[in-house]
Design a protein around this ligand. Sequence first.
Ligand code: SF4
Ligand code: SF4
Length: 168
Amino acid sequence: MSPTRRPPSDPKAAQHPLGAAWAKTEGTCGSCAWSTLRGPGPKVLRCVAADYRPVLAEWRGCASHEAELDCLDCAACCGPAFDAVEVSQRDPVRKRLPQLLVRISGRLQVPRTTENHCAALDRSDNRCRVYADRPACCRDFTRGSANCIWARRRVGRSPRWTPTPKER
Ligand code: SF4
Ligand code: SF4
């Protein structure tokens, strides 16, 4: 269904139009960090948290609404959400920063700290010390992307989508 033909969300309705509970705080889909303009076809507002289902900007937010994402307060994708930062054969970081890398089980990686963070992450401010030369797999994690919410959910920073009984 086209999002323009969806009814506007009624605050008195039991659920958000996508079937989740309402947000406890103020906010709309349009102000949510997980809404993004995407195709296929003409770009429409879609929700990353709900598998890119179309939303309307004026809809009141659901329980997964997040006003903004602060990478410097998060670092989930550089930290314990994953166990390794692997470096591919063609990754320029192999030549630029060979001293940074270690070989684990035959694969080139950035080492981990004892807390399972990437060793290139400065934990005092959560900034990457080699940001300009970071490996290609790190560049796949952009704020507000599907990879971002995957990482955040793995460490409990973002709620998982809770389907209604009808959706199950
Ligand atoms: S997470 Fe909820 S509030 Fe945010 S865009 Fe998706 S449906 Fe809207
Ligand atoms: S990209 Fe997402 S998961 Fe990574 S630090 Fe930023 S907000 Fe956290």
